[in-house]
Write a protein that binds this ligand. Structure first.
Ligand code: GLN
Length: 455
């Protein structure tokens, strides 16, 4: 399956000694390493967890799937990783991903693709295919992912797992190697809704180290999931089927399983209506300008001096020559494509036409969400237009790969939470299908309650 890029056991003792030495010398505070234990133990204490390689871990390499960070061991833990350790979870290792989280298939990893455990010739989704495949293959009971345009929900859908993108700002981004900072959110991948909720309870909450972190007091997501599982009723819940996220372009078996799941909602007492969000039609176009723009800026720090790889051009050269040789060798083709797209969209003379227009579309999408959420409590759609496609099928066609993100991108552009749940297998290929629910910002608990009701 090749879910892992690095397994913790390989060097656990050596790194534990190294950390102890740094702590003893006063170089690290207990808080920074997550070693400060105490308080009440999480129900997940002792449970192993796989961590997407986009998250900084002080005791393991953190490459974000890129050659440019090969072997790089960060000097600190991401806040979410520190929180895991503090709660007593055991990091198993780092999972494979598309380079810098750019992709929908994990084929853009510099370290080779991950295979879908349901069919090894198929993709496990992306960019967090490693995390989802690890969970689906029973290599780990839980995993962390990051979702900028669907990288938790789509891999969960195509591997038959549960995946959650929290409300933007609900989970700290500190120590998450940034793709597009206004869209990125860290979240859980699991086999059950309750597991995801328990993990969200551990990683969520305000972090002073992340300037976009919300100061909200969050309810217990596990309590919401348990309530849903206990009552098993959706009476009083209004569900909106998003007109723009179904129909042509969706695989037959995906639509079939989706419609069956919607019938279950009605049977459980929910009121289901169709709603329209016309701006969603432009979501992919807006996203693939905003994301490359932010990514090109975030990736400027890989300059051959501050992190990872350095390549000296033959015969020496200027600082710029070294930088350019390093970036040429260290970044893969998809990363280069997006840097070029992003710098172009941001360049003087084109800014208003591309980046400015994309931001306007983003506002329209946010307004669409606000308008429909005045009428319904949650929105529903298939999590992805198709089941897992074949490895190699879309690799040479970036646009086809981008179009796969149709269903997941709107939630990121609006900052609202989304969950993907497994709803059986498509009859034509026997592969998992996912259903996605979205709720207004800050209403993550609603998704856990609903998800556990259906499970
Ligand atoms: N497939 C999307 C992209 O390629 C999702 C990325 C993500 O969520 N990290 O940008």
């Amino acid at each position: 399956v090749h879910a892992f890029l690095h397994v913790a056991a390989d060097q656990a003792r050596a790194t534990a000694r190294a950390i102890d030495a740094r702590r003893a010398s006063g170089d690290l505070s207990a808080d920074e390493t997550g070693a400060a234990r105490g308080g009440s133990a999480s129900e997940l204490a002792g449970v192993p967890i796989a961590i997407k390689d986009v998250l900084c871990t002080i005791d393991m390499p953190s490459t974000a799937g890129s050659k440019i960070l090969e072997g790089w061991v960060p000097p600190y833990d991401a806040t979410v990783v520190a929180k895991l350790r503090r709660a007593g979870l055991i990091p198993l290792g780092k999972t494979n991903m598309d380079e810098f989280a750019m992709g929908s298939s994990t084929e853009h990893s510099a370290y080779g693709p991950t295979h879908n455990p349901w069919d090894l010739d198929r993709i496990p989704g992306g960019s967090g295919g490693g995390s989802a495949a690890a969970v689906a293959a029973f290599e780990a009971p839980l995993a962390l992912g990051s979702d900028t345009g669907g990288s938790i929900r789509q891999p969960a859908a195509v591997t038959g797992s549960v995946g959650v993108k929290p409300t933007y700002g609900g989970v700290s981004r500190y120590g998450a190697i940034a793709l597009a900072s206004s869209l990125d959110q860290v979240g859980p991948v699991s086999r059950t809704v309750l597991d995801a909720a328990l993990l969200h309870d551990v990683i969520g909450g305000h972090d002073a180290r992340d300037s976009t972190s919300l100061r909200d007091e969050w309810p217990s997501f596990a309590a919401a999931a348990r309530e849903g599982a206990a009552t098993r009723s959706l009476k009083g819940l209004k569900v909106g089927i998003v007109k723009e996220l179904q129909g042509d372009g969706f695989q037959k078996g995906v639509t079939q399983r989706f419609e069956e799941a919607v019938a279950l909602l009605t049977a459980a007492g929910a009121e289901v209506i169709e709603v329209s969000t016309p701006s969603f039609e432009y979501a992919i176009s807006a996203y693939y300008l905003i994301l490359p723009a932010e990514a090109s800026s975030n990736l400027a720090k890989f300059d051959s001096v501050r992190f990872g790889l350095r390549v000296n051009p033959p015969g020496g050269g200027t600082v710029e020559d070294v930088m350019s040789a390093t970036r040429e060798a260290g970044f893969g083709p998809e990363v280069k494509r997006r840097i070029i797209l992003g710098t172009y969209a941001l360049s003087a003379g084109y800014y208003d036409a591309y980046y400015g227009s994309a931001q306007k579309v983003r506002t329209l999408i946010q307004r669409d969400f606000a308008r429909v959420f005045a009428d319904v409590d949650v929105l529903v759609s298939p999590s992805a237009p198709t089941t897992a496609f074949k490895l190699g099928e879309k690799l040479d066609d970036p646009l086809a790969m981008y179009l796969n993100d149709l269903t997941t991108i709107p939630a990121n552009l609006a900052g609202v939470p989304g969950i993907s749940l497994p709803v059986g297998l498509a009859p034509e290929d026997g592969l998992p299908v996912g259903i996605q629910f979205m709720a207004p910002a800050r209403e993550d608990a609603r998704l856990y309650k609903l998800g556990a009701t259906l499970e």
